[in-house]
Design a protein around this ligand. Sequence first.
Ligand SMILES: Nc1nc2c(c(=O)[nH]1)N[C@H]1C(S)=C(S)[C@@H](COP(=O)(O)OP(=O)(O)OC[C@H]3O[C@@H](n4cnc5c(N)ncnc54)[C@H](O)[C@@H]3O)O[C@H]1N2
Ligand code: MOO
Length: 444
Amino acid sequence: MTDIWSVDDHLADVLASVRPLEPIELSLPEAQGCVLVEDVTVPAPLPPFDNSSMDGYAVRTADVDGAGPEYPAVLTVVGDVAAGSAEPPTVAPGQAARIMTGAPLPPGAEAVVPVEWTDGGAGGGPADAMTAHAADPSGAGGEVRVHRAVRAGQYVRRRGSDVGAGTLALRAGTVLGPPQLGLLAAIGRGSVPVRPRPRVVVMSTGSELVPPGEELGPGRIHDSNSYVLAAAARDAGGQVYRVGAVADDADSLRAAVDDQLVRADVLVTSGGVSVGAYDVVKEALGGAGAGPGEEPMAWGGGVEFRRLAMQPGKPQGFGLVGPDRVPLLALPGNPVSAYVSFELFVRPVIRALMGCADVNRPRVRAVVRLGDAGPLASPEGKRQFLRGAYRPPSVPGGTGEVRPVGGAGSHLIAALAQADSLIVVPESRTRVDDGDELDVVPLG
Ligand SMILES: Nc1nc2c(c(=O)[nH]1)N[C@H]1C(S)=C(S)[C@@H](COP(=O)(O)OP(=O)(O)OC[C@H]3O[C@@H](n4cnc5c(N)ncnc54)[C@H](O)[C@@H]3O)O[C@H]1N2
Ligand code: MOO
C-alpha cells in the first residue's frame, strides 16, 4: 500500500467501524464519567419537605413581630428538631422549637430565627452558637429571647424549591460527572443505564524495553509508551489494562494479542509499525507473518498498515481483530508519535465507544510566539503537530498565545512533559512565523 492517507480520512475510516458499547445498568460510583442513555425524571420534590436553612429557632412570625435588642420577644422553648427528626413538636402561639439546619419545619412554625439573633436560651446577649446536644442531652427547654423579627418563610427551604416532581433531571447523552451523580443520589437513584467505560488494552512492543524501576542493560531503554498510553486512555474514560512490553517476535505478539482480546473493547499497541527488519507488529498483525497453510487474517479483517500525511505519527495500523472484531490501533513507537497518535485517533475511538456526542477535543485559535527563535520549518504536504505551551486570552473573546516547546523530533519526551497543547500546522504551510495564528488543541 503506497497511498498516503490524510489525518482526516484515516480518522473517519477508523471511526466508521466503531459503534457505541451496549448500555448496562451501573451503580452511581461505577457510572462516573459514563454517558447516560435514558432521560431521568425527578420522582419526588427536592427538598422533600420544608426545612430550615439555619441553626436557630422555629417560630410563628406574629410572636416575634417588632422584636428588637431592647424589647426581645420571649418564647417558651418546646424542644429540639434535629435533622432527620420524624416527629417534631408543634409550635403553638408564644412557643418556639430549637431547630437545626436541614431539620423539618415543625407544625405551627412559619419561619426560623438564626441562633445569632437570639440569646440562645442562656438569658444573656446575642448567642454565637447553640449549646452542644452532648453537653445537655435533654434538649432545649426554658425560654429564648428573640432580638429580631422574621418574615414568613424566612430561612425556610420550601419543599420542591430545588426541583419539582416530574421535572427532567438529566437528559440522555449527559456525561455523568460529580454534580450529576450528586443529583441522581439526591433523587434516590442508586443505579442508571449508561454505556460502560470501554476496556482498553495497552501493549508496547520492543525487545529493547525494560520496565521502569529495573536496571537497564546495554542498548536497552525504559518502556515509557505503555505508561503514557495507559494514562491517556484512563483520562479519556477507558478502563485500562496495561500489558508490559512484548518482545519483537511475531509469535509472542500474536499470542499476547490473542490472550488480551477477551478483555478488550479496543486494543492499542506501540512500536513495530515502520519499515525495519524487526518491526513485528506489522509482520504479526498485517497477515504477512502467517505460516504455510495458515489463514493470514485468522483474527478477522486483519490490520492494515498505512502512511499518513502527518508528522509525527506517519506510520499507523488499524483493523478489526478476533471473532468480536475488536478495533486495534497500532501506533508508532517513537514516544511523541505514540502520544500524538493516541490523541488524534485512539481518544476519539474511546469516546465513540462511550457514546459521546463529540469525540474530538475542542480546538482554539492562538497566536504563535517564537521569541528569539527564527521561523519554524514544517514539512510540505504534512499536517504537523508541534507541542506547545498555551496561554488563554487575557480578555473574554480575545485570542490566546502559544509557544512551541522543544523541537519537532519525535523522541523528545522531556519537552513533551512541559507541553500542555498541540499546535496544528496545516499541510499547506511550510513555515511558521512569529505572530502567525494557528489552531491549538489544549490537552486538559
Ligand atoms: N527507513 C525508515 N525508517 C523509519 C521511518 C521510515 O519511514 N523509514 N519512519 C520513522 C518514523 S516517522 C517513525 S514514527 C518510527 C516508527 O517506528 P516503529 O513504530 O516501528 O517503532 P520502533 O521502531 O519500535 O521504535 C521507534 C523508537 O521508539 C522507541 N520506543 C519504542 N517503543 C517504546 C516504548 N514503549 N517506550 C519508549 N520508547 C519506545 C524505540 O526504542 C525507537 O527508538 O520509525 C522511523 N523509522
Ligand atoms: O512520523 Mo514519526 O511518527 O516522526 O515519529
